[in-house]
Unconditional design. Structure first.
Length: 281
């Protein structure tokens, strides 16, 4: 069911990269990309300090999280932040949905995706559970974005569980990915790891046989990463099994044009690694 991730991830990601989303965060008092990012993702948890966010976000260096939290809550409460992230996301989606998701199709898509969300198991999924507990908005595009966000964070929680099970640290996950398809310069800067952190993580991966001395992923490393992704897919499959094959395929059909439009509006490369939308499983 990885193709369903390719449907909802780009729709969720407009909240990080669209001008409207950034403006909404700034109007709420959250100037700068990272204040909006950390506050926006963490807001469903309430006014938490850095420690639980270090755990939940996993791949970020702890000191980078601590620069933002809990200071951001002095600038915007979680409630105000949640309103800003939803307003900004809807602002971004409205233009993208105008030619890709007609009102009737949007109504059907919301009904189907919320049925999938209703099948989520929150246990052990901190960000998924926190987003699942939020009240559903009234506006259809807002409901669609919130559902994609809940599914995205639920899947991300499972991905972290798969990495921990594979004994891969947060820094190692970034180093390994940089040895495959995302550059070190972007990944290290975006996640805040020091050169010493990076070197230690790389040494551990070299000793494991997952990285060569030049920093490139080996065949064993690529296989290990693919196994982690397969475990992530398995952990994320339950809502689609509950929804059923035909309804899931219909949802993918409805979302595909909007997902493509959202993907095209995102940066060509980013540390998120946004998948290319695909309607084929």
């Amino acid at each position: 069911m990885r193709y369903m991730w390719s449907m909802f991830e780009p729709i969720h990601d407009v909240t990080y990269f669209s001008a409207g989303a950034r403006t909404a965060f700034e109007n709420a008092g959250l100037r700068g990309f990272w204040r909006g990012y950390f506050a926006g993702r963490a807001a469903p948890l309430g006014p938490v300090p850095a420690a639980p966010v270090v755990a939940a976000f996993f791949s970020f260096a702890p000191h980078m999280v601590a620069r933002a939290l809990p200071e951001v809550w002095n600038r915007a409460t979680p409630e105000r932040t949640l309103a800003a992230r939803l307003d900004g996301a809807v602002d971004a989606l409205r233009a993208l949905a105008a030619d890709t998701l007609a009102d009737k199709a949007l109504t059907e898509a919301v009904e189907l995706i919320e049925a999938a969300v209703d099948g989520l198991e929150p246990a052990g999924r901190i960000l998924g559970a926190a987003n699942l507990a939020l009240p559903r908005p009234d506006e259809p595009l807002a409901r669609l974005w919130q559902a994609t966000t809940t599914l995205r964070e639920h899947r991300g929680d499972g991905h972290i569980a798969a990495l921990v099970t594979a004994e891969v640290t947060g820094c190692q996950a970034i180093v390994l990915r940089s040895g495959m398809d995302l550059g070190r310069d972007m990944m290290q800067l975006a996640r805040g790891w020091s050169d010493d952190d990076w070197s230690a993580a790389a040494a551990g991966l070299v000793a494991r046989g997952w990285l060569d001395e030049a920093g490139q992923a080996t065949e064993a490393g690529i296989d290990g990463y693919q196994q982690i992704e397969a475990t992530t897919d398995t952990l994320a499959a339950e809502p689609w099994h509950r929804l059923g094959r035909e309804a899931t395929a219909r949802l993918a059909e409805l979302l595909y044009p909007l997902s493509v439009a959202c993907h095209s509006a995102l940066p060509a490369t980013s540390p998120i690694g946004v998948p290319v939308p695909s309607v084929r499983g």
